[in-house]
Design a protein around this ligand. Structure first.
Ligand SMILES: [Zn+2]
Length: 218
């Protein structure tokens, strides 16, 4: 491994590891490599990475990436954790206004907004709290909004085998907003309709009516 920067800035954690003479774990190694990369970015934009305000920035950014890309390390089966139930219920289930924060894979800048998810059961339902967790699992990766929308829909389709799934995502994209190119495209709406939501216009309309309805304020 080549470090391109002054290892003195590695002020936290690695000390015990080197004292024990153990090779760093893959996670630790990844962390160190991200730190080195951030250090290089700082240097190459004309900053002084050793100045006080920036001294711990590589470490902070590496930790931040751990959190913002944690979706890669979630095991779907564990996350679902037995929360799929056999139920004799075949009306639409809608969970709307799910806040999400993601990173665009083209610029590594945030895009964020709300997701609305619905499915029409076919003998199985999933615990309500799991749907925001599913959204988060796909949001906490490098993403493009269209792909995230499809992944959420496919995951529910595969997990519940319902009559259909509908996902609408509204996102604001910092890469458009901050870079000031085409500000009118900064907000984007994407949708994915599967099964009955795709085939039946009345079902789709019912879903759209649900998500356009004012919430009850609780
Ligand atoms: Zn972007």
């Amino acid at each position: 491994m080549t470090l391109f920067y002054n290892p003195q800035i590695l002020t936290e954690e690695p000390v015990e590891m080197t004292q024990l003479n153990l090779p760093p774990s893959p996670e630790r190694l990844a962390h160190i490599n991200i730190e080195a990369s951030v250090y290089n970015i700082l240097k190459n934009i004309g900053e002084e990475p050793e100045r006080e305000g920036l001294l711990n920035t590589p470490n902070r950014v590496a930790r931040m990436f751990d959190e913002l890309t944690s979706g890669y390390h979630i095991e779907p089966e564990k996350m679902i954790n037995g929360a799929v139930f056999d139920v004799d219920y075949d009306e639409m289930v809608v969970v709307k206004d799910i806040d999400f924060y993601s990173l665009c894979e083209h610029h590594l800048l945030p895009f964020y907004g709300r997701a609305h998810v619905a499915y029409m059961p076919n003998g199985k339902v999933i615990g309500l709290s799991k749907i925001p967790r599913i959204v988060e699992m796909f949001a906490r990766r490098l993403q493009i909004q269209e792909q995230m929308t499809s992944q959420i829909a496919s995951f529910l389709q595969d997990t519940l085998n319902p009559q259909g799934v509908a996902v609408v995502v509204e996102g604001a994209h910092m890469c458009s907003m901050m870079r000031g190119v085409k500000k009118e495209n900064a907000k984007m709406k994407t949708s994915k309709m599967l099964g009955i939501f795709k085939e039946d216009q009345a079902t789709r309309r019912e879903f759209i009516a649900h998500i356009n309805q004012q919430s009850l304020g609780f």
